[in-house]
Design a protein around this ligand. Structure first.
Ligand code: FES
Ligand code: FES
Length: 170
């Protein structure tokens, strides 16, 4: 589903940095969300749109290192900040990140709609808190709704990513 974009009010131009690439956004309505601009103007289809109300986490991205719902952020307000989507978590050669790989290896993906937001949220967690408890993991992903998996394999994947990252840091 594509987020609806506003079609009235003022239009403007600004520059967004997404996954280390700069983009000029032109003729953008002032009320367009970051999610709308990422998906509909810039072609980053990783962040998903489900609720557009900050309830499901499917649109999660990092904004200057903070986890945000792209549907709740005005795109123009993100100018001058670093946006990272799920696409930007792989390395320059396209190799999956540790969290992405753990989701694949542990079968934590079914329809995949929730996966980009969850992967971004787990990166945020492990970057802030390298050795979280299970409760901290559950709290960190509580804003990301998954209708398919029952969360068991997702929790297993987060645990695998946690262990892999700890071992890599030794
Ligand atoms: S689409 Fe943003 S939280 Fe659901
Ligand atoms: S895998 Fe389908 S919503 Fe989570």
């Amino acid at each position: 589903m594509s987020p609806a974009g506003p079609t009235s009010g003022e239009q403007g131009a600004y520059r967004l940095t997404v996954n280390r690439r700069e983009h000029d956004v032109v003729d953008s309505w002032v009320g367009e969300s970051l999610l709308y601009v990422l998906r509909n103007r810039l072609g980053y289809l990783g962040p998903k749109n489900a609720c557009e109300q900050g309830e499901c986490g499917s649109c999660s991205v990092l904004l200057d290192g903070r986890l945000v719902c792209g549907c709740l952020v005005l795109a123009a307000s993100a100018a001058g900040q670093e946006v990272v989507t799920v696409e930007g978590l792989a390395d320059a050669e396209g190799d999956l990140s540790d969290v992405q790989q753990a989701f694949v290896d542990e079968g934590a993906v079914q329809c995949g709609f929730c996966t980009p937001g969850l992967v971004v949220a787990v990166h945020d967690l492990l970057d802030r808190l390298p050795d979280p408890t299970e409760l901290e993991i559950r709290e960190a992903i509580s804003g990301n709704l998954c209708r398919c998996t029952g969360y068991g394999r997702i929790l297993t994947a987060v645990e695998a990513a946690r262990q892999a990252r700890l071992e890599a840091s030794r």
